[in-house]
Structures are given as structure tokens and as C-alpha cells.
Design a protein around this ligand. Structure first.
Ligand code: ADP
Length: 656
């Protein structure tokens, strides 16, 4: 039996038709040529809220919102004149009116048929309210996403999992417009990269390859970053990032302004450094020039004062005393200016070591005692149990310089019968404060703001107490260079407190560093090598002992001055000599020259180890004949390597 025969032999009754219609998932109804509803199914009742009896015989308009009724009538008429099949999804989206007055979004499919010579239409109606709601939500989300992408200042593009552009902002479009005009969405990443490469400059083959492959899904790195320059001299940073769903995001930063700013800053910094170096150079040569005649002035003034053969009369004695006083102040001013300019140019070497604060204060008190006695001021150090006072991490000389300035000011700006007290406190286990308290004249409130600025004498400019106004500025900068701070409070007419707060030295640092150094780092052939270390700072010597102990089996001898070091060198003939440059008395450089002049020590490699290790210092040092010129703080791996090769050289010269 063919299909036609099959369907002819299968006759359905009305009841069967109703049953079938009721089983359909969509609402279905049949209308005649006058738009009267002739048949409805169960879904129609449910969808519109009418019973079957309420619908049959009614005009279709019952189910159409009032505002569409007139237009709808005409459409139906037109449709009936030329009826065609319109299936679901063919775009007929309408509004329906429920019995309770609410409207629903519906999609309608129409199918005309001939009902015993009369035209009729079957309509299948689907509720698409939910679909519409989801569509609207999707549109909102899309609009939000586009808004967000658009608001990204950088050029931004999103590629789908096939590497076709799905979304980009106008900054991205602008960037590509010169090389790839027109629609971008849908273009492949390769096409975009190929166009962009024309515009880029200085892209080497490797970069080209990187640009081309950065978006490929088989490239394992999830993020790529390439910095390129364009032909019109812009600097771009192109960053690609794979997304978890296999897509690819590209962001392009225009760094032209940043790069230009960085170059300007670099230039300005270099110019400032050059100016500062020139200033320091000028001050140092000027101070030298001023010192020479000043030495003559002070020297001859002293000779006049002491001349027993032709003694000065009382008045001339007084005049010469004034010359000496003025000269001394001038000398002080020159030294202070030089010191300050060196500090500001970061040209001072700070050599941090554990400093015993009680010992430093004893030394200070001894130094200030004569001035205190002269001024009739009582000088006191508020004692604590020495064992309770931790050591501070500081450059001892510079720490004493700060306290010396506070102390001499406290005496200078005091009154006869007054008092100056040094006291120590530890506000936390890591910090120690030394406070200098005086019962002097205090500082006028209006002048306190500018204290610690160079050349600010806080009201003393025209007063009888001599000074330069630089001491406090130096004290502040020195404290900061050592990781400390300074501060003060003052009540005019009653007195002032000046204090310096410094980091407490943690005694375990040396041990910690030593523990980090691998043992046996120097080979067996180099064991038991004799090393002489000339260094005045005890903490540095202790450190070297720990270091050499950790590096191997060394025989270390140390000397605190170059003079002693030279004697030891001649007597012991060490394999290697390590020497500091800034030593009390003879410098490391002078010591080197003497060592080179003695035949027995001339071949010993001498390594300089110094805080004054700028590039030109290093060059000059190595030209002078140092084996190597190393900077403090020491880089252990570099030191180890230099020491190893110096020993090798020394052993090769001596022979096995
Ligand atoms: P100066 O050489 O003038 O003493 P400083 O820089 O040491 O320079 O101090 C700056 C100014 O701060 C001083 O001129 C003085 O006016 C004020 N000053 C500093 N210490 C004290 C103090 N202990 N008591 C009163 N005034 C002080």
C-alpha cells in the first residue's frame, strides 16, 4: 500500500479529531471566513482563560487587544483573499488578550483550508511571553557588556573560540581604521594582525611570530605581552589573554605619553644629578680655596697672640681674639656647607654598625663638659642599667654628630645655672630614642615650622649666639640616611627637647648572613689561605670573620689602620689583602702604593672594599692597581668569586 492508500483507509471521527487537537502542545483554533471561531482545543482554553463554550461562535477579535482590532480585521481579509501557509517561527509575532484583560506575547502559525467550499483557517498559537522576557534580558546584558567594553579606555577586543572578532570598542576600531577600514566584527585575528603588522616598526622576526601566534588556541601560554612601536612613533603594549571558554581577549595600551614622560623624567633626573654633582664639586673646591687663606689668617692670628718677644697690648689682644673667633666660625660654616651638600648629593658613606649608646653618651659628655662648665650649665646623662640599653644600628661617627649638635645647641641656647639632660628610652623593641632636654630659652612658636631647614636660625639671626643654622638640617638628613628620625618640642622661655630615634641593632643579622653562605664554597686547593683585612670598623671585621669562616678554612688577620696593616703585610706576606679605602690616618689607596713599592709585597693581590664605590671611584681604584674594587654592602657571591680568583693568582705566583 502506498502512502495515499494508507491515509484513505484511515478514517477519523470528530471525536478523534478533538482528542488529537487537545493533545497538541500549542493552542489551536479554526476560524471561518467571517472570523468566527469554530473550533478550539484545550490549550486555547488554558492560554486565554475562556471555556470552549465561551469561545465557539465568537469573533476572533475577542482574543485580540482592542488597539489592534481594526488593523487585524483588514489583515485577516487580505489573508483570506490570498491564503498561504505560514509556519511557526516565520515571524508572525502578535499580542493576545486573555479573559482577565492581561496581554500575552504570542507567535501564530496559519494554515488555510477549504471547509466544504468555504475558506477557513487553522491557527496554532504559542505563548512566547517567557521567550520575549529572556530575549529582553539578553538584550539588556548585551547592552551592558557593550557599554562596559566601550568605557574601557584602552583598545579592547574579544575574539570567539574560532578566533573571529566578536566584540570591540571604538578605541580598537580607531586604532585599526588606518590599516583595516570597515566592519571589524567577524574578521579573524590573523587578518587583523596581518593588517596591523604593516603599521608597526622595529618588529623583529621573533616579535612578528609572537604577534601572529599569540592568539592560537594551541599556544600554551595563557597571557602574552608584546611592546611595539608604530611607524608614527607611538609605543603600544599589546596584551593577549585566553579566556576559559576558548576565546581570546586583546587589550592594547597606548604608552606613548608614559614613555615620553619617563624619558623626560630620566633626562630631568640626569640633569639634576649633573647639576648636583657640579654643585658638590664646586663647594668642595671652593672650600679648599677658602680654607687655605683661612689657615693663614688663623695661624698668624695665633702667632700674634702667642708672641712673647713682641707681646700685644690688651686692645690688640682683644682684636686678635675677635679675628680668631670669626675665623673659627667661618671654618665651621665651610665644613657644614660641604657636609650638607655631600649629604644632599648622597655622597656621604654611611657605615652601619652596632653602636653602644651608653658608651657614645659618655664620649659625648666628656667632649661637651668644657663648654658646659664655661656656660655654667649642668650636664647630665640620665643613667639606665647599661645592660638594659640595646645597641642601635648606626654609623657611630654620624650618630655622635647628631647628638653633638643637639647637645651643643642645648648648651648654647641655655642660661647660666641651667641644665641639659641626655636620656634614653625604647618606645618599642625595635626603636631607641635619645632625648636631649634643656632648660634654656626655647624657640618662638612662630619660628618652629622652619626648624631643620638649612640656614634657619629661628630668631637667632641677629642675636649674640653664634651659629650657622645648618646643624639641625644636617642632623635630620643624617638620621634619615641611617633609617632614623628626629623631632623636637619647645616652650619659649622654658626650654626644649630634641630627640633622635634610631633602629635597634638586631644582633642576629651577622649570624643570619653567615648561615646563608654555603660551606665549602672555595675548593680544597684554596684552603688555609692567609688573608689580611685592613678595616677600622669592628663590626665589619666581625662580619668578615664569620664570612671567611663560612667560606672555607682561612687564616684571617685584621688591622685597624693602614699603618699597622702594612707592618703585618710585610711580616706575614698574606696571600690576599682586603682593604677599606677611608681609614683613619693613611688611606687604603696610599697603603696600596706602599705595598706596590715593596718588592716582597708588590705581587700580593689587594682587593678594595669600600662604601665609596661609585663607577668613577671603581675605575680610578682599578687603574691605581687594586685587584678589584668592591662596594659595601658586600655582594657575597661576587666577593667569593673575586677572592677565589685572587687566591688562584697569588698561588700561581708563589708556585706549588
Ligand atoms: P645654629 O648653628 O644656628 O645653632 P642649628 O641648625 O643647630 O644652627 O639650629 C638652628 C636654630 O634652631 C638655632 O639657630 C636656634 O635658633 C634654634 N635652636 C636649636 N636648638 C635649640 C635649643 N636647644 N634651644 C633653643 N633654640 C634652639
Amino acid at each position: 500500500m502506498d502512502t495515499q492508500q494508507l491515509s484513505a483507509s484511515f478514517q477519523l471521527g470528530d471525536a478523534n479529531v478533538h482528542q488529537i487537537l487537545d493533545a497538541a502542545p500549542d493552542a489551536m483554533l479554526v476560524v471561518d471566513a467571517r472570523m468566527a471561531i469554530r473550533l478550539v482545543n484545550l490549550q486555547t482554553e488554558k492560554l486565554f482563560g475562556y471555556s470552549r463554550a465561551e469561545l465557539i461562535g465568537q469573533s476572533l477579535e475577542l482574543l485580540i487587544p482592542h488597539r489592534y482590532r481594526a488593523g487585524h480585521g483588514m489583515q485577516v481579509e487580505r489573508y483570506l483573499r490570498a491564503p498561504t501557509l505560514r509556519t511557526m517561527g516565520s515571524g508572525l509575532e502578535l499580542s493576545g488578550l486573555r479573559k482577565d484583560g492581561t496581554e500575552i506575547a504570542i507567535e501564530v502559525s496559519l494554515s488555510p483550508f477549504d471547509n466544504h467550499g468555504e475558506p477557513a483557517v487553522t491557527a496554532a498559537i504559542r505563548d512566547i511571553t517567557e521567550r520575549k522576557r529572556l530575549q529582553a534580558a539578553k538584550n539588556v546584558a548585551l547592552a551592558r557588556l557593550s557599554g562596559a567594553v566601550e568605557s574601557i579606555q584602552e583598545a579592547f577586543a574579544l575574539f570567539d573560540e574560532r578566533d573571529n572578532l566578536a566584540l570591540c570598542n571604538s578605541a580598537y576600531r580607531r586604532l585599526l581604521a588606518p590599516v583595516l577600514p570597515g566592519q571589524l566584527v567577524g574578521r579573524s585575528y590573523q587578518e587583523i594582525v596581518d593588517a596591523r603588522v604593516q603599521e608597526l616598526e622595529l618588529v623583529d622576526a621573533a616579535q612578528r611570530a609572537q604577534l601572529r601566534t599569540s592568539s592560537r588556541p594551541d599556544v600554551p601560554t595563557s597571557r602574552t605581552e608584546i611592546n611595539v612601536r608604530t611607524r608614527d612613533e607611538r609605543s603600544l603594549r599589546i596584551v593577549g589573554q585566553r579566556t576559559s571558554d576558548g576565546g581570546f581577549v586583546e587589550t592594547i595600551w597606548d604608552l606613548t605619553d608614559d614613555a615620553r614622560l619617563a624619558a623626560d623624567l630620566r633626562e630631568a633626573r640626569l640633569a639634576a644629578e649633573a647639576a648636583s654633582a657640579a654643585k658638590t664639586e664646586f663647594l668642595s673646591s671652593m672650600s679648599h680655596e677658602v680654607r687655605t687663606p683661612l689657615n693663614a689668617i688663623l695661624g698668624f692670628a695665633q702667632l700674634l697672640q702667642r708672641d712673647k718677644k713682641r707681646p700685644l697690648d690688651q686692645v690688640h689682644h682683644e682684636y686678635v681674639a675677635q679675628i680668631l673667633k670669626g675665623g673659627a666660625l667661618l671654618l665651621r660654616l665651610i665644613d657644614d656647607i660641604l657636609d650638607l651638600s655631600r649629604i644632599e648629593a648622597r655622597g656621604v658613606s654611611i657605615s652601619t654598625e652596632p653602636v653602644d649608646v651608653c658608651e657614645a653618651l659618655d664620649e659625648l659628655r666628656a667632649g661637651l663638659a668644657p663648654t658646659a662648665a664655661q656656660a655654667g650649665v649642668q650636664l647630665e646623662v640620665a643613667h639606665q642599667r647599661r645592660s638594659d640599653v640595646p645597641r642601635v644600628a648606626a654609623d657611630r661617627t654620624r650618630f655622635l654628630q647628631i647628638l653633638g649638635n643637639f647637645g651643643s645647641n642645648a648648651l648654647k641656647y641655655n642660661r647660666p645655672g641651667g641644665k641639659v639632660t641626655f636620656s634614653i628610652s625604647t618606645p618599642s623593641p625595635e626603636r631607641l630614642v635619645v632625648m636631649v632636654t634643656d632648660t634654656g630659652i626655647g624657640i618662638p612658636a612662630a619660628k618652629q615650622d622652619l626648624l631643620f631647614q638649612p640656614f634657619q636660625r629661628a630668631g637667632q639671626e641677629a642675636g649674640p649666639i653664634q651659629g650657622t643654622g645648618i646643624g639641625l638640617a644636617i642632623a635630620k638628613r643624617l638620621a634619615e640616611l641611617m633609617g632614623g628620625t628626629v623631632g623636637f618640642r619647645s616652650t619659649p622661655g622654658q626650654g626644649s627637647d630634641f630627640w633622635v630615634e634610631m633602629p635597634v641593632h638586631s644582633s642576629s643579622v651577622i649570624e643570619e648572613v653567615a648561615a646563608l653562605i654555603p660551606l665549602q664554597a672555595v675548593s680544597d686547593a684554596e684552603r688555609r689561605a692567609a688573608v689580611l683585612y685592613i678595616e677600622d670598623n669592628p663590626a665589619n671585621i666581625t662580619f668578615m670573620e664569620h664570612l671567611l669562616d663560612a667560606l672555607g678554612n682561612f687564616d684571617l688577620t685584621s688591622a685597624r689602620t693602614a699603618e699597622i696593616g702594612l707592618e703585618i703585610a710585610r711580616a706575614k706576606l698574606p696571600h690576599v689583602i682586603i682593604v677599606d679605602i677611608n681609614l683613619p690616618g693613611m688611606s687604603g689607596l696610599d697603603a696600596l702604593q706602599i705595598l706596590q713599592s715593596w718588592p716582597e709585597t708588590a705581587k700580593i693581590p689587594v682587593i678594595a672594599l669600600t662604601a665609596a664605590a661609585k663607577e668613577h671611584d671603581r675605575r680610578r681604584g682599578e687603574e691605581a692597581g687594586f685587584y678589584r674594587y668592591l662596594a659595601k654592602p658586600l655582594r657575597i657571591d661576587e666577593f667569593e668569586q673575586v677572592l677565589g680568583s685572587a687566591l688562584q693568582q697569588a698561588r700561581a705566583q708563589v708556585g706549588p
